[in-house]
Design a protein around this ligand. Structure first.
Ligand code: MG
Length: 246
C-alpha cells in the first residue's frame, strides 16, 4: 500500500526532464529485426530449408535475445549473430562479410523515422523540456541509427556507452545524462526505457523516476517496480500534457 501511495505522489510532481533509451524504446528494434529475419528467410533460406518461415524467424529472434542476455554491451554482436546463422544454415552461399553487407542494407530499409514518436520529441523541444538519449552500444552503429531515424536532428544530447567508456546500469552514465540536462537532481528526471535491469533499475538506483516500456512482458518480480508502465513512448505525452509550458 505504501508503495502504491508513493507512486501516486510521484505523478503529482512535475517532470522537469526526460531521458530515453534508444533500442526498443524510441526505435522498434525487435520489429525491424523481425523484418530483416523474414527477408533473410525469403531470399536465402526458403529454397534450402525444411523450416517454416515462422520457425526460422523465431530461431533468429531467440538467438539474438540470448546474445543480448549474456552481456550488457555485446562488442561483436553482429559477427557472433552471423556466425550462428551461417553455421546453422551453411548452404546460403554467403560468407560473414557478404552477410554483414546484406544485413546492413536490409536493416537500413527498416529504419524509418517514427512520425508519432518524433512529433512527441519535437514538442518537448518546443516546450524547452530538457531531454536526451542514453544508449548502450557501438558508437558508429548507434549514431547511424539516430541519423536514419531523424533523432540526431531532434535530440539535445545523445550519450553512447562506447563513447563514454561505461554502460547502463553504471551510475556514471546516468550522471552524465543528468549533467547534460543541466538539471540538479536525479528525481527531476524520468528515465524511459524497455530494459528492467539496465534502464529501469539503473535509473532508479541513481534516483531518477522511471517509465518502463512493457512490450508485452511482465516486470521481473525480483526488481522494485517502475513508477510508470507504458506500452508506447507516446504515452509519455499524457504525463507531460498535465505540466505547464516552461
Ligand atoms: Mg532498449
Amino acid at each position: 500500500m505504501a508503495a502504491k501511495n508513493q507512486r501516486v505522489d510521484h505523478m503529482d510532481l512535475a517532470i522537469d526532464g526526460l531521458i530515453f533509451d534508444l533500442d526498443n524504446t524510441l526505435f522498434d528494434f525487435d520489429g525491424a529485426f523481425a523484418g530483416v529475419a523474414n527477408k533473410f528467410y525469403e531470399q536465402h533460406l526458403k529454397a534450402t530449408t525444411a523450416l517454416t518461415r515462422a520457425d526460422a524467424v523465431a530461431m533468429m529472434t531467440r538467438w539474438d535475445h540470448d546474445l543480448y542476455a549474456t552481456t550488457q554491451c555485446v562488442p561483436n554482436l553482429k559477427e557472433r549473430r552471423f556466425v550462428r546463422w551461417l553455421s546453422e544454415w551453411p548452404d546460403t552461399g554467403l560468407d560473414i562479410a557478404a552477410l554483414n553487407r546484406w544485413y546492413d542494407d536490409s536493416m537500413d530499409q527498416q529504419m524509418q523515422p517514427d512520425l508519432e514518436v518524433n512529433g512527441l520529441l519535437a514538442d518537448l523541444n518546443d516546450r524547452r523540456v530538457p531531454w536526451g538519449i542514453v544508449t548502450n552500444g557501438p558508437s558508429t552503429m548507434q549514431r547511424h541509427k539516430c541519423q536514419a531515424l531523424g533523432l540526431d536532428q531532434l535530440a539535445p544530447f545523445i550519450v553512447i556507452s562506447e563513447e563514454v567508456g561505461y554502460a547502463k546500469p553504471d551510475h556514471r552514465i546516468f550522471r552524465d545524462a543528468l549533467d547534460a540536462t543541466r538539471l540538479d537532481r536525479p528525481e527531476q528526471v524520468m528515465f524511459v526505457g524497455d530494459s528492467p535491469a539496465t534502464d529501469i533499475d539503473g535509473a532508479r538506483r541513481f534516483g531518477m523516476r522511471t517509465a518502463w516500456v512493457r512490450r508485452g512482458r511482465q516486470f521481473p518480480f525480483e526488481l522494485p517496480p517502475p513508477d510508470h508502465t507504458i506500452d508506447s513512448v507516446t504515452e509519455i505525452r499524457h504525463l507531460i500534457d498535465a505540466e505547464p509550458t516552461r
